[in-house]
Design a binder for this molecule. Sequence first.
Ligand SMILES: [Fe+2]
Length: 181
Amino acid sequence: MFDAASIELPAWARVSSSRRAHIARVTSLLVDWAHALGMSHGVCTAWRDAGLWHDALRDAPEAELREWAADGTLPVGLLHGPAAANRLAQDGEGRRDVLEAIRWHTIGSDAWDQTGRALYMADYLEPGRKFARADRAYLAAHVPLDFDGTFRQVVRHRLEWALREGHELYPTAVALWNSVR
Ligand SMILES: [Fe+2]
């Protein structure tokens, strides 16, 4: 539905061409789910915009990310969510669900409503990622049938991976798991 050539990103976006393609796939998944779930026009638009903008600063230099995220300690790979959310807010974006979805999409948050949860799933389940293709395709197809159950599976997958890789578990991610388990 969305493709890398036609998606419109903010003028300040910093994305490679492969990132652009990822953004298009994530957004397509979100809009497909919103329609399949019979969401209102407002929700469809929020999910679309969360997808379009979540990685808008993913390929920005670290100094720019730290400045926009106003953070001196997080690892660089975790800065693009807060940086994009703050920049969008400064541009006048006022939808809290969209901003919080983007802000926390890399780490996870237990304070999300469905917009944050949908983006977290779409970012992980989009078909361009090369690992666990069949499992992820199954989960993606299942979202319109069981949104909450699929979300729980995705949180579990993502935290299991983080543990296996020896990554730090952030408090909001642990709180997210405790809220859905
Ligand atoms: Fe992403």
